[in-house]
Design a protein around this ligand. Structure first.
Ligand SMILES: Nc1ncnc2c1ncn2[C@@H]1O[C@H](COP(=O)(O)OP(=O)(O)OP(=O)(O)O)[C@@H](O)[C@H]1O
Length: 301
């Protein structure tokens, strides 16, 4: 397997007060590798977005390390921080909110090119914009002069992906990138992510609560519960032989036409999440190996 490009090593993030800590991430470790996708799955509130924010350096870890190309990313080194910022890009859940309604598509793609590849001439920049749009399967002649509201949700998400690609990233963090899109266009976006991975050798972190889409894009999966990664490993091994009760619960949550929309199968477990997250003295559960690349950490109840 290729060397990791980015890794979290025992990272914790604590909110709340000293007397009442809330562990949004508790000793989280994982590695992202070129040309591979790692899916991070868990219910709402399990800590997935906190993990993304730690990677994007919107949050500083309270404990543990962030490693980039094998080296700890410190606070002070401005040069490596700038390289990191260009190398690690994010695609958000809501493409409409992440695009500026006052600017054209051309502007959205031109800006990162100006910032990160300042030496390009105007015509070189235009050629790159056309290439980026073609890469995300949009016709430059049709979309370049448009504003975000003139595009469909799926087209807007393609623009977000093109914008992320504009700075030649090595890692893309996609946080629920299809959950706000019509079912009919989701597959197109997932295929695009798969193409990016294969053609550009990108490392992807795919964050979702939806195991079906995770399975479609990722080779490996981590299941997060109450701020902890409780089960992880090769996708087929984890889904085919789930060991942790929470993984089993996620897998059992297939749509049931008889269930009313206000009934959640997770109600008890979601209450339990809060209890666990507030237990600061919780011992770190030991890791058990289930398969060749398949591990669990049983959670104390
Ligand atoms: N800025 C914050 N201040 C205080 N607590 C926070 C903050 N951010 C997250 N938390 C706590 O950490 C928990 C994990 O939140 P997080 O947003 O990472 O979960 P999530 O799995 O991404 O959920 P969702 O899918 O709903 O976004 C939350 O339930 C909340 O209690």
């Amino acid at each position: 397997m290729s060397e990791p490009i980015l890794a979290l090593d025992n990272v914790s993030k604590i909110f709340g007060s000293a007397g009442n800590p809330v562990y949004a991430a508790r000793s989280v470790s994982f590695a992202l590798r070129p040309g591979r996708t790692l899916a991070l799955v868990g219910e709402s509130g399990s800590g997935k977005t906190t993990a993304a924010r730690l990677i994007m350096r919107e949050y500083q870890p309270d404990d543990g390390r962030l490693l980039f190309r094998g080296a700890t990313l410190g606070k002070a080194d401005r040069k490596s921080l700038a390289a990191y910022r260009a190398s690690v890009q994010m695609v958000f859940q809501d493409p409409f909110a992440s695009l500026n309604p006052a600017h054209t598509i051309r502007y959205h793609l031109e800006r990162p090119l100006r910032l990160h590849q300042g030496r390009l001439s105007g015509s070189e920049r235009m050629a790159m914009i056309e290439e980026l749009l073609a890469r995300v399967k949009l016709d430059p002649a049709l979309v370049m002069a448009k504003y975000p509201h003139e595009l469909s949700g799926g087209q807007r998400q393609r623009i977000s992906i093109a914008r992320a690609l504009a700075v030649n990233p090595q890692v893309i963090v996609a946080d629920e990138p299809t959950s706000m899109l019509d079912v009919s266009v989701r597959l197109g976006i997932l295929n695009l992510l798969n193409d990016m991975k294969a053609q550009l050798g990108l490392a992807l972190l795919y964050i979702t609560h939806d195991i079906a889409t995770a399975r479609y894009v990722a080779e490996e999966i981590m299941v997060m519960y109450a701020g902890q990664i409780v089960e992880w490993g090769d996708m087929e091994s984890v889904l085919g032989n789930p060991q942790h009760p929470y993984t089993r619960l996620l897998l059992s949550a297939v749509p049931d036409p008889d269930r009313r929309f206000d009934q959640t199968p997770f109600e008890d477990e979601l209450n339990h999440i809060d209890v666990i997250r507030r237990q600061s003295a919780l011992p770190q559960p030991e890791t058990l190996q289930v398969g060749e690349n398949h591990f669990i950490r049983p959670m104390p109840r």
